[in-house]
Design a protein around this ligand. Sequence first.
Ligand SMILES: Nc1ncnc2c1ncn2[C@@H]1O[C@H](COP(=O)(O)OP(=O)(O)OP(=O)(O)O)[C@@H](O)[C@H]1O
Ligand SMILES: [Mg+2]
Length: 475
Amino acid sequence: MSRTTLLIVDDEEAILKQLTWAFKNDFTIVSARNPDEALSAQTAKKPDLMILDLSLTDNPDVLEGFQVLESALQTNPRLKVIVITGHDDSENALNAMRNGAYDFYAKPVVIDELRVILKRASYLLSLEKELDDLREQSLEGHEFEGIVAMSENMLSTFDTIKRVAPTDVAVLITGESGTGKELLAMAIHRRSPRRSSPFVPINCGAIPENLLESELFGHEKGAFTGAHVARPGKFEVADGGTIFLDEIGELPQPLQVKLLRFLQDQVIERIGGREPIQVSVRIVAATNRDLSKMIEDGSFREDLFYRINAINIDLPPLRERGNDILLLGMRFLHHYKREYSRNIKGFSKAAQHALFRYEWPGNVRELENRVKRAVIMAAGNIIQPGDLDLSCTEDDKGAGSGDGGPAALSRFTGRSLKGARDTVERHLIANALVRLGGNVSAAAQELDISRPTLHDLMKKHGLNPEDFRERKGRK
Ligand SMILES: Nc1ncnc2c1ncn2[C@@H]1O[C@H](COP(=O)(O)OP(=O)(O)OP(=O)(O)O)[C@@H](O)[C@H]1O
Ligand SMILES: [Mg+2]
């Protein structure tokens, strides 16, 4: 591990010298004489520890010291700050601790005592780092082709994928919306000998019936009005690879027949074409409908069902995946806190309870969306049930969050009116921006303030409208 860096902030030259000399063998020392220097040293040198003399100026008022403390912790919440107070100044010492200082020490300074405090802080830091690494590693351990899971039923799904992927058998993936059916289809493709050829997904439910046939099988020039040029369909595009027929239950009867023909003979015919075209395509299909019911009422062909359902993989809903909920939640949290540069440490106990208690009708997709929003909205650095828009019961409150009441206020644990006002203000603005996709004008209108005022407030709260716009590249 690299050497720990200690930033010493004191306006008295003699003390700076004394402390630098005393600790130069233990740490890399950076010093600062005033708030400005302290701030620039913090950005430039990224210290791990800080000794801060609270009475920075001759001014008996310690406000400047507190400001340094606040901005330092904002830049690096992990920073361990030890404040030095005048002797008999326990009020400021306690205040500093309440504002996030790691420890305090009253003058006069005894070097050996201060050294013990610093060593302990530095040890704590190394533990925290280790824990972070472990946490990331343990999350890495449970991933298969982008599918994150540790529950028994999902691990056995991984086994099934490993066994069926190398073959050419058709696979039907069933499961509720958002359980990861498409992800699983891709995993099968990537684990198959077809991996260097295309994976071509097509959603049978999203394309109007009259276009779907041409999408799937292609058409010749002049096959119908508007067919100015010949076009290959998805089957030809997927030649050598895998076609993923999503929402196969929506496939209209005539196309069911055409698909069956392909499955029997490995040939397709373009609309208006006379020659059958030979293609080598593996079929993976998915549905969240009950195909056996559809067979009973005659809307889905039984012979086709048996062909596409050589192997069935049924994805369990998220609520039946035990600890996967938290594992996935942490994954998404890590991802989005990086994407939105927010220092969020984790879920409160109450939030964890709420995650487990919720039914997750939208499954993993819903979890991802809720965590993403929570990362953007959270007022503190621990996600609370309200941030996830999940309610919390009396039991959960006992779990140590102090939550309850209106969502935004519930996250505010201090007593000051200003603090409460800031929390609510940030919450309302972030909320409007999320709902309006980062549209500042619309948000200003909704919040009934002018655009420039909203810009000022966003700046104050570190909110960037860009962060609220839909991202391309990730679904
Ligand atoms: N186990 C998982 N690990 C990581 N991400 C997952 C997992 N399951 C689903 N996701 C993510 O959740 C989202 C939804 O997954 P996917 O599109 O595969 O679901 P689906 O079952 O096809 O949903 P639908 O029925 O609505 O089409 C995607 O962004 C996907 O990457
Ligand atoms: Mg899907």
